[in-house]
Design a protein around this ligand. Structure first.
Ligand code: LLP
Length: 427
Protein backbone atom coordinates (compact mmCIF):
# COMPACT_ATOMS: atom_id res chain seq x y z
CA UNK A 1 0.00 0.00 0.00
CA UNK A 2 1.35 3.45 -0.87
CA UNK A 3 1.37 6.15 1.81
CA UNK A 4 -2.25 6.54 2.61
CA UNK A 5 -4.67 7.62 5.25
CA UNK A 6 -5.81 4.00 5.57
CA UNK A 7 -3.64 2.41 8.25
CA UNK A 8 -3.93 0.03 11.21
CA UNK A 9 -4.27 1.61 14.64
CA UNK A 10 -4.61 -0.58 17.71
CA UNK A 11 -5.14 -3.56 15.44
CA UNK A 12 -8.01 -2.07 13.43
CA UNK A 13 -7.87 -0.56 9.96
CA UNK A 14 -8.77 3.13 10.18
CA UNK A 15 -9.79 5.80 7.73
CA UNK A 16 -7.91 8.84 8.99
CA UNK A 17 -8.68 8.78 12.75
CA UNK A 18 -11.79 6.60 12.52
CA UNK A 19 -11.83 2.78 12.82
CA UNK A 20 -13.70 1.30 9.84
CA UNK A 21 -15.30 -1.23 12.20
CA UNK A 22 -17.08 1.62 14.00
CA UNK A 23 -18.66 2.87 10.78
CA UNK A 24 -19.66 -0.69 9.88
CA UNK A 25 -21.33 -1.02 13.26
CA UNK A 26 -23.30 2.16 12.66
CA UNK A 27 -24.43 1.86 9.04
CA UNK A 28 -23.95 -1.81 8.21
CA UNK A 29 -22.05 -3.21 5.23
CA UNK A 30 -21.22 -2.98 2.40
CA UNK A 31 -20.30 0.69 2.11
CA UNK A 32 -17.73 2.93 0.51
CA UNK A 33 -15.58 5.06 2.79
CA UNK A 34 -13.93 8.14 1.29
CA UNK A 35 -11.14 10.10 2.96
CA UNK A 36 -11.29 13.88 2.58
CA UNK A 37 -7.64 14.19 3.53
CA UNK A 38 -6.50 11.78 0.82
CA UNK A 39 -8.51 13.69 -1.82
CA UNK A 40 -6.86 16.95 -0.74
CA UNK A 41 -3.43 15.37 -0.65
CA UNK A 42 -3.89 13.85 -4.12
CA UNK A 43 -4.95 17.17 -5.58
CA UNK A 44 -1.92 18.93 -4.10
CA UNK A 45 0.43 16.24 -5.39
CA UNK A 46 -1.01 16.53 -8.88
CA UNK A 47 -1.04 20.31 -9.00
CA UNK A 48 2.36 21.06 -7.47
CA UNK A 49 4.66 20.03 -10.34
CA UNK A 50 2.67 22.16 -12.76
CA UNK A 51 2.53 25.29 -10.60
CA UNK A 52 5.15 26.98 -12.79
CA UNK A 53 3.14 26.33 -15.98
CA UNK A 54 -0.09 28.00 -16.96
CA UNK A 55 -1.98 24.82 -16.03
CA UNK A 56 -5.46 23.99 -14.82
CA UNK A 57 -6.75 20.72 -13.42
CA UNK A 58 -10.21 19.53 -14.35
CA UNK A 59 -11.32 16.58 -12.21
CA UNK A 60 -12.86 13.87 -14.43
CA UNK A 61 -16.14 13.70 -12.56
CA UNK A 62 -17.01 10.31 -14.05
CA UNK A 63 -14.51 8.67 -11.67
CA UNK A 64 -16.69 9.56 -8.68
CA UNK A 65 -19.49 12.04 -9.20
CA UNK A 66 -20.55 12.31 -5.57
CA UNK A 67 -21.33 15.94 -4.71
CA UNK A 68 -19.18 15.96 -1.57
CA UNK A 69 -16.20 14.57 -3.49
CA UNK A 70 -16.63 17.22 -6.18
CA UNK A 71 -16.96 19.89 -3.49
CA UNK A 72 -13.75 18.89 -1.73
CA UNK A 73 -11.77 18.93 -4.97
CA UNK A 74 -13.39 22.18 -6.08
CA UNK A 75 -12.33 23.76 -2.78
CA UNK A 76 -8.78 22.61 -3.50
CA UNK A 77 -8.99 24.55 -6.78
CA UNK A 78 -10.03 21.85 -9.24
CA UNK A 79 -12.25 22.48 -12.21
CA UNK A 80 -14.22 19.62 -13.77
CA UNK A 81 -14.20 17.48 -16.88
CA UNK A 82 -17.75 16.31 -17.58
CA UNK A 83 -19.23 13.96 -20.16
CA UNK A 84 -22.94 14.62 -19.94
CA UNK A 85 -25.43 17.29 -18.97
CA UNK A 86 -25.95 15.23 -15.82
CA UNK A 87 -22.30 15.43 -14.84
CA UNK A 88 -22.34 19.14 -15.67
CA UNK A 89 -25.28 19.56 -13.31
CA UNK A 90 -23.36 17.70 -10.61
CA UNK A 91 -20.17 19.70 -11.14
CA UNK A 92 -22.06 22.99 -10.84
CA UNK A 93 -23.97 21.76 -7.79
CA UNK A 94 -20.66 20.66 -6.26
CA UNK A 95 -19.40 24.22 -6.51
CA UNK A 96 -17.24 24.17 -9.65
CA UNK A 97 -17.33 27.50 -11.48
CA UNK A 98 -18.58 27.12 -15.08
CA UNK A 99 -15.40 28.81 -16.37
CA UNK A 100 -13.47 25.85 -14.97
CA UNK A 101 -15.49 23.13 -16.72
CA UNK A 102 -14.57 21.27 -19.90
CA UNK A 103 -16.98 18.93 -21.68
CA UNK A 104 -15.65 15.70 -23.23
CA UNK A 105 -17.27 12.72 -24.92
CA UNK A 106 -18.08 11.40 -28.39
CA UNK A 107 -21.85 11.51 -28.22
CA UNK A 108 -22.82 14.94 -27.02
CA UNK A 109 -26.45 15.53 -27.77
CA UNK A 110 -28.25 18.76 -28.56
CA UNK A 111 -29.31 18.94 -24.91
CA UNK A 112 -25.76 18.36 -23.64
CA UNK A 113 -24.41 21.12 -25.86
CA UNK A 114 -27.20 23.52 -24.96
CA UNK A 115 -26.63 22.90 -21.24
CA UNK A 116 -22.89 23.55 -21.68
CA UNK A 117 -23.47 26.79 -23.59
CA UNK A 118 -26.12 28.07 -21.23
CA UNK A 119 -23.88 27.39 -18.24
CA UNK A 120 -21.03 29.25 -19.96
CA UNK A 121 -18.37 26.56 -19.59
CA UNK A 122 -14.70 26.97 -20.51
CA UNK A 123 -14.55 24.63 -23.45
CA UNK A 124 -16.31 21.93 -25.42
CA UNK A 125 -14.02 19.19 -26.70
CA UNK A 126 -15.31 18.22 -30.14
CA UNK A 127 -14.64 14.72 -31.40
CA UNK A 128 -16.08 14.61 -34.94
CA UNK A 129 -17.31 16.68 -37.88
CA UNK A 130 -21.01 16.04 -37.26
CA UNK A 131 -20.53 17.07 -33.67
CA UNK A 132 -18.91 20.33 -34.78
CA UNK A 133 -21.89 21.02 -37.01
CA UNK A 134 -24.28 20.37 -34.15
CA UNK A 135 -22.31 22.60 -31.73
CA UNK A 136 -22.39 25.42 -34.29
CA UNK A 137 -26.10 24.91 -34.89
CA UNK A 138 -27.05 24.87 -31.20
CA UNK A 139 -24.81 27.87 -30.43
CA UNK A 140 -26.44 29.79 -33.29
CA UNK A 141 -29.95 28.93 -32.07
CA UNK A 142 -29.07 30.10 -28.55
CA UNK A 143 -27.24 33.21 -29.70
CA UNK A 144 -24.04 31.99 -28.05
CA UNK A 145 -20.45 31.59 -29.10
CA UNK A 146 -19.10 28.07 -28.46
CA UNK A 147 -15.48 27.77 -27.26
CA UNK A 148 -14.29 24.61 -29.00
CA UNK A 149 -11.17 22.48 -28.81
CA UNK A 150 -10.58 19.60 -31.20
CA UNK A 151 -9.79 16.18 -29.77
CA UNK A 152 -6.91 14.63 -31.63
CA UNK A 153 -6.68 10.86 -31.87
CA UNK A 154 -2.88 10.58 -31.93
CA UNK A 155 -2.88 6.90 -32.90
CA UNK A 156 -0.71 5.62 -30.08
CA UNK A 157 -1.00 2.38 -28.19
CA UNK A 158 -1.71 3.35 -24.57
CA UNK A 159 -0.55 -0.13 -23.46
CA UNK A 160 -3.37 -0.41 -20.98
CA UNK A 161 -6.48 -2.62 -20.86
CA UNK A 162 -8.14 -2.75 -24.29
CA UNK A 163 -11.47 -1.56 -22.88
CA UNK A 164 -9.98 1.71 -21.63
CA UNK A 165 -7.52 2.42 -24.48
CA UNK A 166 -8.76 5.47 -26.34
CA UNK A 167 -5.91 6.93 -28.41
CA UNK A 168 -5.38 4.54 -31.31
CA UNK A 169 -6.86 4.22 -34.76
CA UNK A 170 -10.06 2.20 -34.87
CA UNK A 171 -11.57 3.44 -31.60
CA UNK A 172 -14.47 5.87 -31.61
CA UNK A 173 -12.55 8.65 -29.88
CA UNK A 174 -11.07 11.82 -31.32
CA UNK A 175 -10.27 13.03 -34.79
CA UNK A 176 -7.44 11.29 -36.64
CA UNK A 177 -4.54 13.28 -38.04
CA UNK A 178 -5.86 12.61 -41.56
CA UNK A 179 -9.15 14.38 -40.73
CA UNK A 180 -7.75 17.19 -38.62
CA UNK A 181 -7.36 19.61 -41.56
CA UNK A 182 -10.97 19.13 -42.60
CA UNK A 183 -12.22 19.47 -39.01
CA UNK A 184 -10.24 22.63 -38.47
CA UNK A 185 -11.48 24.16 -41.72
CA UNK A 186 -15.06 23.39 -40.69
CA UNK A 187 -14.51 24.85 -37.23
CA UNK A 188 -12.97 28.05 -38.60
CA UNK A 189 -15.87 28.40 -41.02
CA UNK A 190 -18.45 27.90 -38.24
CA UNK A 191 -19.74 31.36 -37.32
CA UNK A 192 -20.88 30.37 -33.83
CA UNK A 193 -17.72 28.51 -32.78
CA UNK A 194 -14.34 29.82 -31.65
CA UNK A 195 -11.25 27.65 -31.96
CA UNK A 196 -9.50 27.36 -28.59
CA UNK A 197 -7.02 24.57 -29.04
CA UNK A 198 -6.43 20.85 -29.03
CA UNK A 199 -7.28 18.10 -26.62
CA UNK A 200 -6.57 14.41 -26.23
CA UNK A 201 -7.06 11.49 -23.86
CA UNK A 202 -5.11 8.38 -24.80
CA UNK A 203 -6.51 5.99 -22.24
CA UNK A 204 -6.90 5.26 -18.57
CA UNK A 205 -4.71 3.47 -16.04
CA UNK A 206 -1.47 3.91 -17.99
CA UNK A 207 1.33 2.20 -16.14
CA UNK A 208 4.17 3.91 -17.94
CA UNK A 209 4.52 7.35 -19.41
CA UNK A 210 5.99 6.53 -22.82
CA UNK A 211 2.61 6.41 -24.63
CA UNK A 212 1.87 9.85 -23.17
CA UNK A 213 5.22 11.12 -24.43
CA UNK A 214 4.49 9.86 -27.95
CA UNK A 215 1.00 11.33 -27.95
CA UNK A 216 2.06 14.69 -26.52
CA UNK A 217 4.83 14.87 -29.09
CA UNK A 218 2.22 14.43 -31.83
CA UNK A 219 0.17 17.15 -30.23
CA UNK A 220 3.19 19.46 -30.22
CA UNK A 221 3.77 18.63 -33.90
CA UNK A 222 0.19 19.62 -34.74
CA UNK A 223 0.59 22.88 -32.79
CA UNK A 224 3.68 23.59 -34.92
CA UNK A 225 1.76 22.93 -38.13
CA UNK A 226 -1.14 25.16 -37.12
CA UNK A 227 1.14 27.97 -36.04
CA UNK A 228 2.96 27.73 -39.36
CA UNK A 229 -0.43 28.49 -40.93
CA UNK A 230 -0.79 31.54 -38.71
CA UNK A 231 -3.31 30.01 -36.33
CA UNK A 232 -3.05 30.64 -32.59
CA UNK A 233 -3.43 27.60 -30.34
CA UNK A 234 -4.42 28.94 -26.95
CA UNK A 235 -4.94 25.72 -25.01
CA UNK A 236 -3.80 22.14 -24.85
CA UNK A 237 -5.91 19.72 -22.84
CA UNK A 238 -3.89 16.59 -22.06
CA UNK A 239 -6.72 14.42 -20.74
CA UNK A 240 -6.34 12.02 -17.83
CA UNK A 241 -5.02 8.50 -17.68
CA UNK A 242 -2.23 8.44 -15.09
CA UNK A 243 -2.39 5.08 -13.31
CA UNK A 244 -2.19 4.17 -9.63
CA UNK A 245 -0.90 0.98 -7.95
CA UNK A 246 -3.81 -1.35 -7.13
CA UNK A 247 -2.13 -4.37 -5.67
CA UNK A 248 1.24 -3.43 -4.31
CA UNK A 249 2.94 -2.79 -7.69
CA UNK A 250 5.40 0.06 -8.00
CA UNK A 251 4.64 2.49 -10.80
CA UNK A 252 6.99 5.12 -12.19
CA UNK A 253 6.88 8.22 -9.94
CA UNK A 254 4.45 10.96 -10.91
CA UNK A 255 7.43 13.33 -11.02
CA UNK A 256 8.55 11.50 -14.19
CA UNK A 257 5.21 12.27 -15.84
CA UNK A 258 5.43 15.93 -14.82
CA UNK A 259 9.02 16.20 -16.06
CA UNK A 260 8.00 14.68 -19.41
CA UNK A 261 5.12 17.17 -19.78
CA UNK A 262 7.50 20.05 -19.08
CA UNK A 263 10.00 18.68 -21.56
CA UNK A 264 7.58 18.01 -24.44
CA UNK A 265 5.06 20.83 -24.02
CA UNK A 266 6.43 23.28 -21.47
CA UNK A 267 7.93 25.72 -23.92
CA UNK A 268 4.98 25.97 -26.35
CA UNK A 269 3.38 28.81 -24.47
CA UNK A 270 -0.06 27.16 -24.48
CA UNK A 271 -2.29 27.03 -21.41
CA UNK A 272 -2.27 23.37 -20.29
CA UNK A 273 -5.22 21.46 -18.89
CA UNK A 274 -5.31 18.05 -17.25
CA UNK A 275 -8.33 15.81 -16.71
CA UNK A 276 -7.28 13.38 -13.99
CA UNK A 277 -9.87 11.07 -12.48
CA UNK A 278 -8.28 7.98 -10.98
CA UNK A 279 -5.15 9.76 -9.75
CA UNK A 280 -7.24 12.16 -7.64
CA UNK A 281 -9.75 9.75 -6.16
CA UNK A 282 -8.51 6.16 -6.71
CA UNK A 283 -6.77 5.59 -3.38
CA UNK A 284 -9.07 7.90 -1.42
CA UNK A 285 -11.79 5.30 -0.87
CA UNK A 286 -12.18 1.71 0.24
CA UNK A 287 -15.11 -0.66 -0.01
CA UNK A 288 -15.90 -2.22 3.36
CA UNK A 289 -17.60 -5.59 3.19
CA UNK A 290 -18.51 -8.35 5.63
CA UNK A 291 -17.81 -12.05 5.28
CA UNK A 292 -21.09 -13.89 4.81
CA UNK A 293 -19.76 -17.46 4.55
CA UNK A 294 -16.44 -19.24 4.43
CA UNK A 295 -16.97 -22.03 1.92
CA UNK A 296 -14.33 -24.74 1.84
CA UNK A 297 -14.05 -26.95 -1.22
CA UNK A 298 -11.40 -29.57 -2.00
CA UNK A 299 -9.25 -27.13 -3.99
CA UNK A 300 -10.27 -23.63 -2.89
CA UNK A 301 -11.50 -21.63 0.05
CA UNK A 302 -14.11 -19.10 -0.97
CA UNK A 303 -14.64 -16.09 1.23
CA UNK A 304 -18.13 -15.06 0.24
CA UNK A 305 -18.67 -11.40 1.09
CA UNK A 306 -21.69 -9.12 1.03
CA UNK A 307 -20.27 -6.79 -1.67
CA UNK A 308 -20.62 -7.92 -5.24
CA UNK A 309 -19.83 -7.02 -8.82
CA UNK A 310 -22.80 -4.67 -8.80
CA UNK A 311 -21.05 -2.61 -6.11
CA UNK A 312 -17.56 -2.78 -7.64
CA UNK A 313 -17.51 -4.00 -11.23
CA UNK A 314 -13.83 -3.36 -12.07
CA UNK A 315 -12.60 -6.92 -11.39
CA UNK A 316 -15.42 -8.45 -13.46
CA UNK A 317 -15.18 -5.92 -16.30
CA UNK A 318 -11.45 -5.31 -16.64
CA UNK A 319 -9.93 -8.19 -14.68
CA UNK A 320 -8.76 -5.56 -12.21
CA UNK A 321 -7.25 -6.74 -8.94
CA UNK A 322 -7.76 -4.60 -5.85
CA UNK A 323 -5.75 -5.29 -2.73
CA UNK A 324 -7.93 -6.74 0.07
CA UNK A 325 -7.14 -6.29 3.74
CA UNK A 326 -8.70 -7.65 6.88
CA UNK A 327 -10.16 -4.79 8.91
CA UNK A 328 -8.94 -6.49 12.11
CA UNK A 329 -5.20 -6.79 11.78
CA UNK A 330 -3.99 -10.34 11.60
CA UNK A 331 -2.36 -10.55 15.01
CA UNK A 332 -1.58 -14.27 14.93
CA UNK A 333 0.10 -13.84 11.59
CA UNK A 334 -1.12 -17.02 9.89
CA UNK A 335 -2.54 -16.39 6.45
CA UNK A 336 -4.00 -18.64 3.82
CA UNK A 337 -4.67 -18.10 0.12
CA UNK A 338 -8.37 -17.60 -0.48
CA UNK A 339 -10.71 -16.52 -3.25
CA UNK A 340 -12.89 -13.54 -2.37
CA UNK A 341 -16.23 -13.60 -4.15
CA UNK A 342 -19.52 -11.74 -4.03
CA UNK A 343 -23.07 -13.07 -3.78
CA UNK A 344 -24.16 -12.22 -7.35
CA UNK A 345 -25.15 -15.14 -9.55
CA UNK A 346 -22.30 -14.90 -12.03
CA UNK A 347 -18.91 -16.55 -11.99
CA UNK A 348 -17.50 -13.15 -12.91
CA UNK A 349 -18.59 -11.88 -9.49
CA UNK A 350 -15.16 -12.50 -8.02
CA UNK A 351 -12.62 -10.09 -6.58
CA UNK A 352 -9.91 -12.62 -7.36
CA UNK A 353 -7.99 -15.69 -6.14
CA UNK A 354 -4.90 -16.12 -3.96
CA UNK A 355 -5.54 -13.32 -1.49
CA UNK A 356 -3.47 -13.93 1.63
CA UNK A 357 -5.97 -13.31 4.41
CA UNK A 358 -6.05 -14.47 8.06
CA UNK A 359 -6.76 -18.19 8.17
CA UNK A 360 -9.07 -17.57 11.14
CA UNK A 361 -11.40 -15.48 8.98
CA UNK A 362 -15.04 -16.27 9.73
CA UNK A 363 -18.55 -15.08 8.92
CA UNK A 364 -19.14 -11.59 10.30
CA UNK A 365 -15.52 -10.43 9.89
CA UNK A 366 -14.86 -7.27 7.93
CA UNK A 367 -12.66 -6.83 4.85
CA UNK A 368 -11.60 -3.67 3.07
CA UNK A 369 -11.25 -3.68 -0.70
CA UNK A 370 -8.61 -1.01 -1.26
CA UNK A 371 -8.11 1.68 -3.89
CA UNK A 372 -11.86 1.73 -4.51
CA UNK A 373 -12.29 5.45 -5.11
CA UNK A 374 -12.32 5.62 -8.89
CA UNK A 375 -14.94 4.05 -11.14
CA UNK A 376 -16.22 2.09 -8.15
CA UNK A 377 -19.29 3.63 -6.49
CA UNK A 378 -19.70 5.58 -9.75
CA UNK A 379 -20.26 2.36 -11.71
CA UNK A 380 -22.42 0.60 -9.12
CA UNK A 381 -25.74 -0.88 -10.14
CA UNK A 382 -28.67 -2.58 -8.49
CA UNK A 383 -28.22 -5.86 -10.37
CA UNK A 384 -29.56 -8.95 -8.60
CA UNK A 385 -32.09 -6.87 -6.68
CA UNK A 386 -29.48 -5.23 -4.52
CA UNK A 387 -29.54 -1.86 -2.82
CA UNK A 388 -27.25 0.90 -4.04
CA UNK A 389 -24.71 1.03 -1.23
CA UNK A 390 -23.87 4.09 0.84
CA UNK A 391 -20.79 6.29 0.70
CA UNK A 392 -19.37 7.71 3.90
CA UNK A 393 -16.95 10.61 4.06
CA UNK A 394 -14.34 10.71 6.79
CA UNK A 395 -12.42 13.81 7.77
CA UNK A 396 -10.20 13.39 10.84
CA UNK A 397 -12.41 11.76 13.45
CA UNK A 398 -15.62 13.04 11.84
CA UNK A 399 -17.76 11.17 9.39
CA UNK A 400 -20.95 11.74 7.43
CA UNK A 401 -23.06 9.77 5.01
CA UNK A 402 -22.63 11.41 1.60
CA UNK A 403 -24.82 8.93 -0.28
CA UNK A 404 -27.39 6.98 1.60
CA UNK A 405 -28.31 3.39 0.94
CA UNK A 406 -31.03 3.18 -1.72
CA UNK A 407 -33.18 0.27 -0.67
CA UNK A 408 -34.97 -1.97 -3.16
CA UNK A 409 -38.37 -0.70 -1.98
CA UNK A 410 -37.27 2.79 -3.04
CA UNK A 411 -35.92 1.53 -6.36
CA UNK A 412 -39.27 -0.08 -7.09
CA UNK A 413 -40.78 3.37 -6.72
CA UNK A 414 -38.91 4.30 -9.92
CA UNK A 415 -40.92 1.70 -11.82
CA UNK A 416 -44.55 1.22 -12.67
CA UNK A 417 -46.80 -1.43 -14.07
CA UNK A 418 -48.93 -0.06 -16.95
CA UNK A 419 -52.64 0.17 -16.16
CA UNK A 420 -53.44 -1.88 -19.23
CA UNK A 421 -51.46 -4.79 -17.84
CA UNK A 422 -53.39 -4.97 -14.63
CA UNK A 423 -55.77 -7.84 -14.90
CA UNK A 424 -58.97 -6.96 -13.06
CA UNK A 425 -59.64 -9.22 -10.15
CA UNK A 426 -62.68 -11.41 -10.43
CA UNK A 427 -65.53 -9.80 -8.51
N1 LLP B 1 -10.71 12.55 -19.80
C1 LLP B 1 -11.44 11.79 -20.63
C2 LLP B 1 -11.87 12.33 -21.90
C3 LLP B 1 -11.78 10.47 -20.26
O1 LLP B 1 -12.49 9.73 -21.08
C4 LLP B 1 -11.35 9.97 -19.00
C5 LLP B 1 -11.69 8.62 -18.59
C6 LLP B 1 -10.59 10.80 -18.17
C7 LLP B 1 -10.28 12.09 -18.61
C8 LLP B 1 -10.09 10.38 -16.82
O2 LLP B 1 -9.20 9.32 -16.90
P1 LLP B 1 -8.40 8.80 -15.61
O3 LLP B 1 -7.45 9.90 -15.17
O4 LLP B 1 -9.38 8.50 -14.55
O5 LLP B 1 -7.70 7.59 -16.08
N2 LLP B 1 -13.99 2.56 -15.80
C9 LLP B 1 -12.57 2.41 -16.12
C10 LLP B 1 -11.93 3.70 -16.53
C11 LLP B 1 -12.66 4.42 -17.63
C12 LLP B 1 -12.03 5.74 -18.00
C13 LLP B 1 -12.92 6.53 -18.91
N3 LLP B 1 -12.40 7.80 -19.28
C14 LLP B 1 -11.87 1.76 -14.94
O6 LLP B 1 -12.54 1.42 -13.96
O7 LLP B 1 -10.67 1.54 -14.98
Amino acid sequence: MTKSVYAYRNGVLCAEALPLAEIAEEIDTPFYCVSAKQLQRNYRLFAKPFADLNATIHYAVKANANLAVIRILAECGAGADVTSAGELERALAGGVAPQKIVFSGVGKTRDDIAAALLAGILQINAESLPELRLINHVAGALGKEAPVSLRLNPDVDAKTHAKISTGHKGVKFGIGLEQMGEALALLLASPHCVFKGLTMHVGSMLKDYEPFRLAYQRLADVVGLLRAQGLEVERLDLGGGVGIPYDGQTLAPFADYAAMVHEVLGSLGCALSFEPGRKLVGDAAVLVTRVVHVKETDNKTFIIVDAGMNDLVRPALYGARHEILSVRQNIIGLTAPVSVVGPVCETSDSFGDHFMLPDQLKAGDLLAIMQAGAYASAMASTYNGRPLIPEVLVSGARHAIIRRRIAVAEQMGWESIPDWMVIPRAA
